[in-house]
Design a protein around this ligand. Sequence first.
Ligand code: NAD
Ligand code: ZN
Length: 342
Amino acid sequence: MKSLVKAKPEQGLWMQQSPVPEIGPDDVLIRINKTGICGTDIHIWNWDDWAQKTVPVPMITGHEFAGEIVELGKNVTDLTLGQRCSGEGHLIGKNSRQSRAGHFHLDPDTRGIGVNEQGAFAQYLRLPAFNVVPLPDEISDDIGAILDPLGNAVHTALSFDLIGEDVLITGAGPIGIMAAAVARHAGARNVVITDINPARLALAEQVTDLVPVNVANEELADVIPRLKMKQGFDVGMEMSGNQVALDQMIEAMVMGGRIAMLGIPPGKSPVDWSRIVFKAITIKGVYGREIFETWYKMIAMLQNGLDVSKVITHHFDFNDFEQGFAAMKSGTSGKVVLDWTK
Ligand code: NAD
Ligand code: ZN
């Protein structure tokens, strides 16, 4: 099969022939239709410090996918051949305290497809049947291929009650934009999103009803009276990984505000803890998605009017993956989807 492989410990990815994976009794084989390119794949392409420490070579990359089940392991009785699906790319252990309590997304023994295990940028993927998420007819393969990052957005956004709340999202990357759409869908009052990249803010406005603020030339504080908010934001979602954005968020929160942090700062970054204490702010770190509660909720929302389709800005044939990665690296794209069906 064709597969996009980290074949050498240096910059780049290479399209190579790999054997179709053999499945075990509890696995399924999925024929891949569409995949999404993630920031993680860019780290692996660039072969940065994190990738060098984390990813063994050779490794088929990719973890955002939609496809169709073409083979069932002998113990798999609750799925069918031909079933369209996406799936959770975090392969969990069953022995940790967290897993045994049903908190699968907190399992410390988690292994990621396309990172620690062979991934989804290929014509076929082996996946434990446990990880499969069937797709209803009304969810397209394009949307199926971005459920992983939509899940990050949903898990972050649903960390705190949003109904009637004023919400600040810092970072209008694909995940920040999708989180804004989720906050709007869930009943937030005002949704404000910040970025320093006008192209990203313009895309955010196309996807959902929100107030974009370019913090490169506009003060966030000026927006608060304009939106008739008395103090500041009730709920914050940090989705940039940028220290300045987090500082601005802490400043713009109400007393007792709640912040969910998905963005990954590049290293240790200083925080003004006294502001957090005196404003009695709650900060929650968010990792991945809840397995499988987030999947359940996002599929239900997609079936009930949540529309994130405009966040997909580019489609390429898998053979043109270099163009897809270039679009991602430009920093102005939304989600980039590769088609593996041809
Ligand atoms: P992205 O890099 O595409 O988007 C980040 C955005 O933040 C960019 O548009 C950038 O211009 C903007 N930004 C930079 N400085 C800013 C500032 N000072 N104020 C406001 N915006 C600023 O990332 P993404 O794919 O949308 O992911 C969002 C974040 O979530 C990233 O940090 C990513 O690493 C992280 N992430 C975390 C998890 C997790 O499980 N915790 C999973 C996926 C992604
Ligand atoms: Zn991803």
